[in-house]
Design a protein around this ligand. Structure first.
Ligand SMILES: NC(=O)c1ccc[n+]([C@@H]2O[C@H](COP(=O)([O-])OP(=O)(O)OC[C@H]3O[C@@H](n4cnc5c(N)ncnc54)[C@H](OP(=O)(O)O)[C@@H]3O)[C@@H](O)[C@H]2O)c1
Length: 330
């Protein structure tokens, strides 16, 4: 039998933040972590929905308003967390949109890339100072099988352009960005000698509200057929994120996903990513672009001040020769 909820170790004394914890996979991730004793910060776009979610969770929680479509909101949320907490053990970058009704984020970014990647890039950078000295701390970024169809450029033009925004590739591109981000973050954390590792996960397919967006006509029958054959309940879809967050055997740079039916369902195991997702040049370019677009630079050093919002960047790429980055295994 594969890894199940029974394998989640005791999380007492740990603090976790889950984005998009009001519903779907994020709610389930938060619910299990709290049930195992973690204090869970539910970072939710709609605070009311966040409070309703908290009421359904048996454990220690708090709600922090976070709209990833607004860098102002991201900064405010990070400020609240830094004010309330001296350390963070787990950051689960889970929230996501697919075919959203609104086109651009408050800061003028195409919404898939703006919410799914840039908002999380900024949030992580603003919170990483609470994590780098904490043994066993992890950043988990939730990607998707769809990263494989994230074709096209990942540059400033693409980040602001609405061309093709309703194609599946726009969502796929944001999920490719999630994977490139997770890998580059792991690289930088390792170079800086931080106690934190960065890992990625994907849930396979699950019939959550993510699919209630406004998909282009050709994607609808495909999605319906895929759901029937591949999908798994949300409880199972949360297991890759949970395993990535808490399994002591998981190492930095790992990528976990369901093991059956082309990754659509099944127990969480190491998953394969596309060649584009493994591109060192691609992840470096995305990082530079993300810093430019969000104005957030990372403080990865373990000695970095806790409440710092924009301090030094981790050592540049050449140091990778001596850094203990571990490739894709758990
Ligand atoms: N379900 C799948 O088949 C599937 C497949 C591959 C990958 N994924 C990934 O899994 C993750 C979770 O998705 P899900 O299936 O659980 O979808 P979901 O049920 O729609 O949940 C998405 C969550 O993200 C939140 N969110 C959306 N926009 C936000 C914003 N601007 N700021 C902050 N939070 C925001 C939502 O908040 P509200 O409640 O306020 O809307 C909700 O809590 C996503 O990253 C998604 O890409 C899902």
């Amino acid at each position: 039998m594969g890894w199940t909820i029974e394998h989640v170790p005791d999380q007492s004394g740990r603090t976790a933040l889950v984005t998009g914890a009001s519903a779907g996979i994020g709610f389930e991730t938060a619910r299990v972590l709290a049930a195992r004793g973690a204090h869970v910060v539910l970072a939710c776009r709609d605070a009311e929905r966040g409070r309703a979610a908290a009421e359904r969770i048996d454990g220690s929680t708090e709600v922090v308003p976070l709209d990833l479509a607004s860098l102002t909101s991201v900064r405010q949320a990070a400020g609240i967390v830094r004010e309330r907490h001296r350390r963070l053990d787990l950051l689960v970058n889970n929230a996501g949109v697919m075919f959203p009704s609104y086109r651009r984020t408050e800061d003028g970014f195409e919404t898939h890339l703006g919410v799914n990647h840039l908002g999380h890039f900024a949030l992580t950078g603003l919170l990483i100072g609470l994590m780098t000295s904490v043994p066993g701390s992890r950043v988990v970024t939730v990607a998707s099988l769809a990263h494989r169809i994230g074709f096209g450029r990942l540059d400033e033009g693409a980040a602001r352009s609405l061309t093709g925004r309703r194609s599946m590739t726009a969502y796929g591109r944001s999920k490719l960005a999630n994977l490139l981000f997770a890998r580059e973050l792991q690289h930088r954390l390792a170079v800086a000698g931080a106690a934190t590792v960065s890992v990625a996960a994907h849930p396979g397919l699950s019939p959550t509200a993510l699919w209630h967006g406004d998909p282009p006509a050709p994607a609808r029958p495909l999605a319906a057929a895929g759901m029937r054959w591949l999908a798994q309940p949300v409880e199972a879809a949360a297991l890759p994120s949970l395993r990535a967050a808490v399994d002591p055997a998981v190492r930095g740079d790992a990528y976990l996903g369901p093991s059956e039916r082309f990754g659509g369902r099944g127990a969480p195991e190491p998953a394969r990513s596309s060649r584009a997702a493994r591109s060192k040049a691609g992840r470096g370019r995305l990082w530079t672009l993300s810093e430019k677009l969000t104005g957030v630079r990372y403080a990865c050093e373990p000695s970095a001040p806790e409440a710092s919002t924009s301090v030094t960047e981790a050592a540049p790429a050449p140091a990778v020769m001596g850094c203990p980055v571990r490739g894709g295994r758990i």
